[in-house]
Design a protein around this ligand. Structure first.
Ligand code: NAG
Ligand code: NAG
Length: 231
């Protein structure tokens, strides 16, 4: 009897909450969760190296992003979510001018792994076998508000092909920036000459129309009460 009445109570609660959601109109002033999604699938914009050299200027700035009824301001790469995909090859020289257009004030101070410096950034090429010394993948580089930095990466000739990830790695601001949408893919491309012909016929780099790039990303949109910094 005890079990039965609890079950009945659960059914009533579920029924009640479903009715409540159905009656509600979701908007910025009357938010409801979860977001339904349902927008068309959108692949990241593709940029690629030619003849072993690639230079790209990428900005970090505030931009609007809309899901369903929810429009939020995020810190984004080139105003896009996710950022552009860098298609590179083993042995490439990759110059990345990272231009931080975020403004002062920045919340300075605090120790390394506490929330701080939300407008300071840098870049990490997650998964690549790459030098951690400046001007390559040093997570100690600080690109403050209105500053820029020129990364000069040498992609290892032995770098395994595959799909990798880039994101900021400045301790204290990774949370705001990566959770906000500053993320993108790095694809180290196969050499068609060393691929089985069947595989080359249905995949990048020569037949990319058959590939779909999907970046799974937690998207935090509620104000972060602990830090008070999120926007
Ligand atoms: C990239 O930025 C550099 C200076 O930071 C500039 O000289 C160059 O023209 C820019 N390239 C493009 C394609 O905007
Ligand atoms: C960060 O940069 C944005 C965009 O310029 C600005 O609106 C904001 O006040 C800056 N500071 C913080 C702490 O968000």
């Amino acid at each position: 009897m005890e079990y039965h009445s609890k079950f009945l109570w659960l059914v009533l609660v579920l029924g009640g909450s479903m009715k409540f959601v159905a009656m509600e109109t979701c908007s910025m002033t009357s938010p409801c969760t979860p977001l339904k999604g349902g927008q068309p699938f959108r692949e990241p914009r593709q940029v690629r190296s030619t003849d072993g050299v690639f230079t790209y200027n990428m900005t970090v700035d505030i931009a609007e992003f809309t899901i369903d009824w929810l429009t939020v301001l995020r810190r984004l790469y080139d105003g896009e979510f996710p950022g552009p995909t860098f298609n590179l090859k083993p042995g490439d020289q990759f110059t990345l001018n990272l231009i931080n257009n975020l403004q002062h004030p920045d919340y300075t101070g605090g120790s390394e792994n506490t929330f701080r410096y939300p407008n300071t950034t840098n870049m990490h090429t997650h998964g690549l076998h790459i030098s951690s010394e400046i001007p390559q993948d040093s997570v100690l580089i600080e690109i403050g508000p209105e500053e820029s930095f020129q990364y000069k990466y040498r992609i290892d000739p032995q770098q395994p092909v595959g799909t990798y990830w880039y994101h900021p790695h400045y301790h204290g601001s990774i949370h705001f920036q990566s959770m906000g949408g500053m993320d993108g893919l790095i694809v180290i491309e196969d050499d068609p000459a060393s691929m089985p012909a069947e595989l080359a016929a249905v995949s990048c780099p020569d037949n990319c129309q058959h590939d779909k790039q999907i970046l799974l990303q937690t998207f935090q949109y509620s104000p972060d009460e602990e830090s008070g910094h999120s926007i």
